[in-house]
Design a protein around this ligand. Structure first.
Ligand code: FAD
Ligand code: FES
Length: 512
């Protein structure tokens, strides 16, 4: 992936290219001043921005040009062609921008432009003086950053029960656990970042109560923080396994950096691992432990892994993928007890285990919302602006159930990009924007060298269409209900995934 940053290809834009080399609506990769540059054309306008996505370094020239933005092919971040700004997560930082000049039928990329700082519009006079964010995860962090990016100068306090600064949670079951990524790369930002942006991040700060009448929160240590506007972004907690032996020290869960580090430490001294649960976390953990050469057994009650989310065909493919990598499945059964050396299953089997990782789902962390008297509906109920039933209190991320315009249903999803985008929208609405949250849900998973990206939301479907070849890892999978397209998953067809996202967005735009 780092090759994108270092290797230059295509024309040197400083020396100029013919305008005809960039037809309207296209992207052209080249370079200028030693950096990869993406030239984009929209009608008579030409733009030059950095070609490397600031999330995980994807080459943006393989993405999609949509209006005056470019969408990243890997995880659908969106950058402004005019300013380079990362308009939508998961990228949080802008890409550079260059001045473009046209002369005698040629296009030249000239000097790099300064990033403009935003000023908060004057009309937002009743903006909050004190913003408190509860949660230092995907949504909380994105919200704090967005507030500053939008020009908010008031006080921001971010209270996080985590011991470390906000982390890149998806890495914890993938590259970090597999031993590919360093511990430092887990953190979204350095502690200095929060100081520089005047975000008062308090770690190990668990909020015990919210007083909605006097507008303050109280931590378990008794300290209090007043707020004018509050964001609740407490995420989700792993569901605990309820069998004898589940509290033994070699039984692990995975949510935080500390959890992942503890699994790594145990894996280094282990030979056999049992993973309980065969959904995303369980299977990503299984793949990462195989990368560390452990003997891995996966136990789950369903007959096909990930069938509920991706369907039988994809589930069967994923099972085969893991078996080819040496994983043994024990499906249609459950763990009934655990001791220091074994996991006993309902079907009578006994599996040796030095390490057990439990990934049997999560539940939204809503106890604070409940205590504060917010309306709940299997999560915190919010309106299209992500505001809860109590004015001034917003909710975002894994806890929020919002009205999905595409289906007309209240939905709650547990995905990284959704949480970050909700944090961004909630932040703007805390400043009075009244922006509807109508981003199309997106998630990805990566296991071994296999990745799948999913756009939309299909809790149920009555038809799956596979276009292409699943076995060749080259296909588009469409999920429909009553003939209506609800979601699209792609394997090695990034551009199709981006097109599906834009198609859903355009459909949403027509719904009133
Ligand atoms: C290992 C792992 C891998 C994942 N991989 C993917 C992936 O590949 N793709 C994908 O789309 N999604 C993935 N996810 C899901 C994704 O990480 C979540 O959807 C996302 O983190 C949700 O963001 P959030 O801000 O709602 O919650 P979180 O990121 O969980 O943050 C919640 C924060 O709230 C804090 N908190 C909770 N209660 C309190 C309290 N009372 N007081 C103060 N602070 C509190 C917590 O300490 C934490 O800082 C993964 C999740 C995990 C755990
Ligand atoms: S690499 Fe661009 S969004 Fe992830």
């Amino acid at each position: 992936m780092s090759e994108t940053k270092t290797q230059l290809s295509g024309p040197d834009f400083a020396g100029g290219v013919a305008l005809s080399a960039v037809p309207d609506g296209t992207l052209l990769l080249g370079h200028a001043q030693g950096e990869p540059v993406l030239l984009a054309r929209r009608g008579d306008e030409l733009f030059a921005i950095g070609n490397v996505c600031t999330h995980y370094d994807a080459p943006l020239n393989e993405g999609l040009l949509v209006d005056d933005t470019v969408r990243c092919p890997w995880h659908h971040a969106c950058f402004s062609l005019r300013t380079g700004e990362a308009i939508r997560a998961p990228a949080l930082d802008p890409v550079p921008c260059w001045r473009v000049e046209q002369q005698d039928g040629n296009v030249y990329v000239r000097e790099k432009l300064e990033q403009a700082r935003k000023q908060l519009p004057a009309l937002l006079t009743d903006r909050p003086r004190f913003v408190v964010i509860i949660g230092g995860g995907a949504a909380g962090n994105a919200a704090a950053e967005s507030l500053r990016r939008e020009g908010y100068t008031g006080r921001i306090t971010m209270l996080s029960a985590d011991a470390s600064v906000p982390c890149d949670r998806p890495k914890l079951s993938k590259s970090y656990l597999a031993g590919i990524a360093s511990a430092e790369s887990n953190f979204l930002r350095s502690p200095e970042f929060y100081q520089q942006h005047d975000i008062d991040l308090k770690l190990g700060a668990r909020v015990a109560t919210i007083d909605t009448a006097s507008r303050h929160v109280q931590l378990v240590d008794g300290s209090k923080h007043a707020y004018d506007s509050l964001l609740l972004a407490t995420g989700a907690e792993p569901v605990r396994l309820d069998v004898p032996g589940a509290d033994l020290p070699h039984v692990h869960y995975l949510r935080t950096v500390a959890d992942s580090s503890a699994i790594i430490a145990k894996a280094l001294a282990s030979q056999r691992a049992v993973v309980i649960g065969s959904s995303f976390i369980g299977l990503e953990v299984a793949a990462s432990l195989r990368a560390r050469n452990l003997d891995v057994h996966v136990v789950a009650p369903e007959s096909c892994p990930m069938e509920k989310i991706l369907g039988t065909e994809v589930g069967t493919f994923i099972r085969k993928l893991h078996e080819e990598h040496g994983v043994t499945f024990h499906l249609g059964t459950k763990a009934t007890s655990i001791d220091e050396h074994n996991v006993t299953l309902e079907n009578g089997e006994t599996l040796q285990a030095d390490l057990v990782v439990v990934g049997i789902g999560v539940k939204p962390a809503i106890s604070l919302a409940e205590q504060a008297g917010l309306a709940l509906d299997r999560g915190v109920k919010v309106n299209e602006y992500l505001e809860s039933s109590v004015p001034g209190i917003f909710a975002a991320g894994d806890i929020a159930r919002w009205p999905d315009r595409l289906t007309g249903e209240g939905i709650r999803v547990e995905h990284w990009v959704v949480a970050e985008r909700q944090g961004q929208t909630a932040a703007r609405n805390m400043l009075g924007w009244r922006e509807r949250f109508d981003a199309v849900p997106f998630f990805w998973t990566r296991q071994y060298d296999f990745g799948i990206a999913y756009v939309g939301h299909a809790e149920r479907w009555d038809e799956i269409e596979i276009n292409g070849q699943l076995d060749a890892r080259d296909c588009t999978i469409t999920y429909r209900q009553g003939g209506r397209k609800l979601a699209v998953a792609v394997i090695n067809r990034d551009i199709e995934g981006l097109r599906a996202e834009v198609e859903f967005e355009r459909e949403i735009a027509t719904i009133e």
